[in-house]
Design a protein around this ligand. Structure first.
Ligand code: ATP
Ligand code: MG
Length: 442
C-alpha cells in the first residue's frame, strides 16, 4: 500500500536508517493511515538511543523535554516529530505511571507495551508493516482489542479504560468481548487516575460519533468517577412524556445534540437531579418538581471534581439550570432571554432543549420541536436586526441619565434597567430622542 507521509517524517526515518538504526512510524498515525483518515501527529520509534538520535540530528531544531522517557522531539517543516527509543515500561505500582521505562532492543517489545492492537502497528519507509498483534485485521473488523491480557493491561494503567471508551466512541468500533469484560471488571482502577487525565478522555469520548452507544454500554465506568450518575442510571420515570428511563432518555438526548463538549456535558448532566426530586401522585404518575436547580447544583460539584475550567463549568451549569425553563414564543420573551444569557448561551440552550425533547416520547414532542425551531428563527432575526436586548444596545447610557439630573450612583443603573425592560418588552422603541425625553420627565 502507498501512504501519504509528510516530508519531515520521511527525512527523519531516512536519516536514522541511513545511520544504521531502525526507525518506524508507530501508534496513532499508522492506525489512522490504515483507517484512511489523515493523522494529526506523527510518532516515530527507533532502535537509536536518545543521545544517538540527537547526534543524527545535530544542528537541527530539537526539543529535549521528554528525554528521560527516551523521547527526542525534532522540528521539521513546522511539524514536531516525537522520536522515541524502543522501550518497555516497568511495573505500575500506582496504576498511574510506570515506575520506570527501560530501553529494549526490539520493535516487537516496544509494540507489546502499547494499549490496543490498532495502536501497536509499525510502518517503515518502504511501506513495510510490522503488526505482531493483528491490529490491521482488527481495524478492518472494527474491533478494539487490548494487546496482551486485558485485565492486566487495565490494571497497569487505569487511563486505558477511558482510552478504550474514547476510541470506541470516536471510531465507532466494537470493543472485543474479553476487552469489554475486563473494562467492566477493572473499572475501579480509574480511582487511581488523575482527574485531569480522565477529563481529557471523557471530553473526547463525548465528542465521538458513537458516544451514545458507549454511554449505553458503560455507565458503570462513568459512575466510578461520577457516582452521582448511579441514581440516574437506575431511574424509572412513569410519565406520559417519557418512554424511557432516566439513563436511556439522557443517551437519546446526548445523541441528539451537536458533538461539542459544553453541549454534550450539559445534556449528560441535565437530569442528574431527577432521582432526588421524584414524587409519585395518586394516579401513579411521577413528577420531578424542581429538578433543574438540583441538577445544576450536582453538576457544579461533578464538574469541579473532574477539574473542568471555570468557564466550561459556568456554561454547562447555566444550561443545566435553565434546560426546562418555559420561554413563551414571543419576541419580547426571546429578547429578555437573549439579554439574560447572551446570544451564544441562548442558542446553546435551544439546542439543549431540542435534544431533551428528542429524548422523550415521540408523539408528544412534535409540537414542542416545531415551537423551538420557530423560536430559534425568531432569535436569529432579532440578533441579525440588531434589536435591543441588553444595556449596551440601549440608545441611552449612564452619562445621559446623569445629564438628565440623576446623581451618579446605583440609581443610574436602576433607571437604565427600567428603560431597558420597557424597550425589551416592546413598550418603548429603542430611539434615543424618545428615551432622552423620558429621562427629562423623570
Ligand atoms: P490520538 O493521538 O489520536 O489521541 P494516539 O493513539 O496517537 O491517539 P497518543 O496518546 O498520541 O494516542 O499515544 C500514541 C501511542 O502511544 C498510542 O497509539 C499507543 O500506541 C501508545 N499509548 C499511548 N497511551 C498509552 C497508554 N496509556 N498505554 C499504552 N500505550 C499507550
Ligand atoms: Mg497521537
Amino acid at each position: 500500500m502507498n501512504f501519504e507521509i509528510p516530508s519531515g517524517a520521511e527525512y527523519i526515518l531516512k536519516t536514522l536508517t541511513g545511520a544504521g538504526y531502525e526507525a518506524w512510524l508507530v501508534g496513532g498515525c499508522v492506525r489512522d493511515l490504515l483507517r484512511g483518515v489523515p493523522p494529526h501527529d506523527w510518532d516515530i520509534c527507533t532502535s537509536a538511543r536518545p543521545e544517538e538520535t540527537e547526534a543524527c540530528f545535530a544542528g537541527r531544531r530539537i526539543i529535549e523535554a521528554g528525554l528521560q522517557h527516551g523521547t527526542v522531539t525534532i522540528l521539521e517543516g513546522g511539524e514536531a516529530y516525537e522520536v522515541t527509543t524502543y522501550r518497555t515500561e516497568g511495573p505500575y505500582s500506582d496504576s498511574r505511571r510506570p515506575d520506570y521505562v527501560r530501553f529494549v532492543a526490539s520493535l516487537e517489545a516496544d509494540l507489546a507495551r502499547r494499549d490496543f492492537t490498532m495502536n501497536a502497528i509499525a510502518l517503515g519507509l518502504d511501506g513495510d508493516i510490522r503488526d505482531p498483534f493483528g491490529g490491521e485485521k482488527d481495524i478492518r473488523a472494527g474491533l478494539l482489542r487490548c494487546v496482551g491480557d486485558p485485565a492486566q493491561r487495565f490494571q497497569e494503567d487505569g487511563l486505558r479504560v477511558m482510552r478504550a471508551l474514547r476510541f470506541g466512541a470516536v471510531f465507532g468500533c466494537q470493543v472485543e468481548e474479553k476487552t469489554a469484560r475486563a473494562i467492566h471488571e477493572n473499572r475501579h482502577v480509574l480511582e487511581h487516575v488523575a482527574a485531569e487525565r480522565i477529563n481529557v478522555e471523557l471530553c473526547r469520548l463525548l465528542e465521538g460519533e458513537q458516544a451514545g452507544e458507549i454511554l449505553r454500554q458503560y455507565p458503570d465506568v462513568l459512575c466510578v468517577f461520577w457516582p452521582e450518575l448511579e441514581p440516574l442510571v437506575a431511574l424509572e420515570q412513569n410519565t406520559p412524556w417519557h418512554c424511557w428511563g432516566g439513563w436511556e432518555h439522557t443517551i437519546h438526548a446526548v445523541e441528539a445534540v451537536p458533538a461539542q463538549t459544553v453541549l454534550r456535558l450539559a445534556v449528560l448532566l441535565h437530569d442528574i437531579g431527577k432521582p432526588g426530586c421524584k414524587t409519585t401522585d395518586e394516579n401513579g404518575i411521577d413528577h420531578f418538581y424542581g429538578h433543574p436547580a438540583v441538577s445544576a447544583e450536582l453538576a457544579k460539584g461533578m464538574l469541579r471534581a473532574l477539574k473542568f475550567d471555570n468557564e466550561t463549568r459556568k456554561q454547562v451549569v447555566t444550561l443545566v439550570e435553565y434546560h426546562d425553563v418555559q420561554i413563551p414564543l414571543r419576541e419580547s420573551s426571546i429578547r429578555r432571554w437573549l439579554g439574560r444569557l447572551g446570544p451564544e448561551r441562548f442558542f446553546q440552550l435551544l439546542a439543549v432543549k431540542r435534544a431533551d425533547a428528542m429524548g422523550q416520547a415521540y408523539e408528544k414532542v412534535q409540537g414542542r420541536l416545531a415551537e423551538l425551531e420557530e423560536m430559534r428563527a425568531l432569535a436569529e432575526k432579532i440578533v441579525a436586526q440588531g434589536q435591543c436586548f441588553s444595556l449596551k444596545d440601549l440608545a441611552v447610557n449612564g452619562r445621559d441619565v446623569i445629564a438628565a439630573g440623576i446623581a451618579p450612583g446605583p440609581e443610574v443603573g436602576r433607571v437604565l434597567s427600567g428603560l431597558l425592560e420597557r424597550v425589551v418588552s416592546g413598550e418603548l422603541p429603542n430611539q434615543r430622542e424618545r428615551l432622552l425625553a423620558l429621562l427629562r420627565d423623570l
